[in-house]
Design a protein around this ligand. Structure first.
Ligand code: ATP
Ligand code: MG
Length: 354
């Protein structure tokens, strides 16, 4: 929090990345909460599932409008500055009120995005205290046909937004890293790389013990530590596994509760893991299961490929690329392994069934 707030106040741009469910979104929202007190304008834009350049522009415009809509003079200003987009506020049966934007006839595609970026630029210039803009799931732009053009246009505008700090957030680490660290890409070296590390085991264990104590139960430090180690400091599971243990245990947490808690979590997370497999081809699933069984620094060795019946080198290469792009596997000190520790356990038991 301290480091990120300091980057934001210094108007630095940051690329914040980690595996899925590490707490990035929660963290940047807390950062923005703290920043809004000193009067910094905070915008949170989510690019998850963006499907076109118009969509990128519309999501950005609508976040600026939703920030402005409570204050009439701000709203007027936004309408003047985002001249290609007008806000549409409607009653909504599910949300109470919904704010969407409509583009004004005449402009399309990149021109709409350019207009939004120009509008942001003028807004930022006029608001002296400063801006903080989070773009969550930023790597999703890489899927779009015009991705390079979008990157180029965003970069050239954002670098003129001197009074703003942008946080680009995402969980597809390879794709995000390519956007910011490849020489030919427009965003090359334009933001501070900020990997979100796993939680430190001892602090996480102390946190678990404390939470049990709050709930009126006693979890031995040693068991808490083993939970933190087994989930490799993975923030989501640091909460999720103890939650399962809490549900099934008595006043004092036993060895048996520890084992059953893990199994209960994995069983309940099964739909997530199944959905993760659904996007893969059989060859990719095979490699993923092999890596769950046995992480390796030599996936192309004849021994490894024969042991897991992996087929051709080309096939393994393709599978590795796909699995790294999806952030299902990662290389740690040269060794390929499955990123999510419980997904990995689930994969190992897939044949036997839990
Ligand atoms: N510091 C933390 N310690 C433990 N649990 C946390 C922490 N921060 C967030 N969580 C929990 O982890 C889960 C994932 O958080 P969040 O959605 O913020 O992660 P994310 O990294 O943005 O995930 P994704 O990549 O899927 O978007 C949430 O259920 C949240 O309550
Ligand atoms: Mg998130």
């Amino acid at each position: 929090m301290e480091e990120l707030i300091s980057h934001a106040k210094n108007k630095a741009n940051v690329v914040l990345f980690s595996p899925r469910r590490y707490g990035k979104t929660s963290l940047v929202k807390r950062v923005q909460n703290e920043l809004s007190e000193p009067g910094i304008v905070t915008l949170y834009i989510d690019f998850f599932g963006v499907n076109s350049v118009e969509d990128v522009a519309a999501r950005s415009a609508s976040r600026l409008y939703s920030f402005c809509h409570k204050d009439n003079s701000l709203l007027k200003k936004a309408m003047r500055l985002l001249s290609s987009w007008r806000p549409v506020i409607r009653p909504d049966p599910e949300y109470g009120l919904s704010l969407t934007v409509e583009s004004i006839a005449g402009k399309r595609g990149m021109a709409l995005l350019e207009d939004v970026l120009l509008g942001f630029g003028r807004f930022i210039k006029e608001h002296q205290i400063g801006f903080h803009i989070v773009i969550d799931e930023f790597q999703e732009i890489a899927k779009l046909r015009e991705s390079l053009q979008i990157e180029g246009m965003m970069r050239s505008h954002i670098q003129t937004h001197r009074n703003a700090s942008y946080f680009f957030v995402g969980s597809r680490r390879r794709i995000l890293s390519e956007i910011f660290n490849e020489r030919k890409r427009p965003f090359y070296r334009s933001a501070i790389n900020y990997p979100l590390a796993p939680l430190p085991v001892d602090e996480a264990a102390a946190f678990i013990v404390e939470q049990f104590r709050h709930g009126g139960k006693n979890c031995p430090q040693e068991i808490a530590k083993r939970v933190a180690e087994r989930v490799r400091g993975y923030p989501y599971y640091i909460q999720r596994v103890p939650y399962s243990i809490f549900e099934i245990s008595g006043k004092k947490i036993s060895e048996d509760d520890y084992t059953r808690g893990f199994i209960k979590t994995i069983t309940e997370e099964r739909p997530v893991y199944e959905a993760m497999l659904q996007v893969l081809a059989p060859q990719q699933i095979k490699l993923l299961s092999s890596l769950a069984e046995e992480p390796t620094d030599k996936p192309y060795s004849a021994g490894y490929m024969a042991k897991y019946n992996l087929g051709s080198i080309g096939g393994v290469q393709g599978a590795i690329k796909k699995l790294i792009d999806l952030d299902y596997i990662e290389k740690v000190n040269g060794v390929l392994q499955v990123v999510d520790p419980l997904f990995s356990i689930w994969l190992r038991h897939l044949k036997g069934g839990i």
